[in-house]
Design a protein around this ligand. Structure first.
Ligand SMILES: [Zn+2]
Length: 147
């Protein structure tokens, strides 16, 4: 399952250093090496998966469950945490840098400097309906492939 050269697989195998906060049969969580804010965590499946395309849905749900629990823990910790972002970058275009799927848990507070720039403009219903139809087309492709 482990992929050579993958830093997260090395952490899972205990061959690379990490500040771990959670480990179970399928998932490990540790501090991000370059934290956006103190307490920034990564939740990682032990089995190597590049992204959402090759991550079992049940394992994805497990990632979320652990991330949710850690988010709640952050709010009870001595770290500054007035809010939390869960963030997953799937693919280079989405800012993925380590190609072993990971879910960020980022403690947030006003003035922490973290931001995501985008054009948040409200769109016309027709445009939204057209996008919805395209997504339904993708869902249909998934069910016809049984994956
Ligand atoms: Zn890996």
């Amino acid at each position: 399952m482990a992929v050579s050269g993958c830093v997260f697989c090395a952490i899972v195998r205990g061959q690379a250093e990490a500040s771990t906060v959670h480990e179970d049969d399928s998932v490990v969580a540790f501090m991000d090496l370059r934290p956006v804010t103190p307490g920034h965590l990564l939740v990682v499946p032990k089995a190597h998966a590049v992204g959402l395309e090759d991550l079992e849905e049940a394992l994805g749900a497990r990632l979320w469950t652990v991330a949710q629990r850690l988010a709640r823990a952050l709010r009870r910790s001595p770290l500054r945490c007035d809010g939390v972002n869960l963030f997953l970058a799937d693919g280079e275009a989405a800012f993925q840098e380590v190609f072993h799927v990971h879910l960020h848990v980022v403690p947030r507070f006003v003035g922490d400097g973290f931001r995501i720039d985008a054009n948040w403009q409200v769109r016309e219903r027709g445009e939204l309906d057209k996008s919805a139809a395209a997504v339904r087309c993708g869902l249909l492709a998934l069910t016809s492939r049984q994956s």
